[in-house]
Design a protein around this ligand. Sequence first.
Ligand SMILES: Nc1nc2c(ncn2[C@@H]2O[C@H](COP(=O)(O)O)[C@@H](O)[C@H]2O)c(=O)[nH]1
Ligand SMILES: [Mn+2]
Length: 174
Amino acid sequence: MTNWAQHFALLNREEMMDRVVKDFAHFMGDGKPAIIDEVERINCHHNFTQKEFHMGRGVWLSRKGAIKADEGTPGLIPGSMGTASYVVVGKGNVPSFKSSPHGAGRVYGRNQARKTFTIEDLDKAMVGIEYKRSAAFLDEIPGAYKDIDVVMDDARDLVEIRHTLRQIVNVKGN
Ligand SMILES: Nc1nc2c(ncn2[C@@H]2O[C@H](COP(=O)(O)O)[C@@H](O)[C@H]2O)c(=O)[nH]1
Ligand SMILES: [Mn+2]
């Protein structure tokens, strides 16, 4: 059942990426879709459990708030709607069970963030980034998350940074 659910989730992520590529090709094209040269796809998930082999034995490993960071495995570590995100490659760190953080992680819980921040705070945090202005996103304001650069520095034994991505547009559903 776990394998089936994981496979279902993988196919969902593939479908989402297919749609992004298709829409991007339309956006870039002049009347007809542009030809997109897709060089690499990083299909990276967090919050899952699977059977793996670690330190000499088979274990059921749950990565909660974590991604797999096996040696050479590409991954994504997002910051927040207003800060940098990282394309990484795993180092296969044994004591961490070949894992790394899945994102910046929260300083404020969702309810706490909604009570602490205002829409004006969100406007200030999102200067220069195109986003859908709504109080519905106050719980995801960049200030509700840890500093991603500190998190990345703490994770230096777990992953190598390949690319640092800067936010231009943020799209969230509400
Ligand atoms: N690049 C973006 N990263 C984001 C955004 N909102 C949250 N985050 C980061 O992702 C992780 C995981 O999110 P979660 O919804 O599973 O908690 C989180 O810790 C943040 O670091 C975003 O809009 N863009
Ligand atoms: Mn999530």
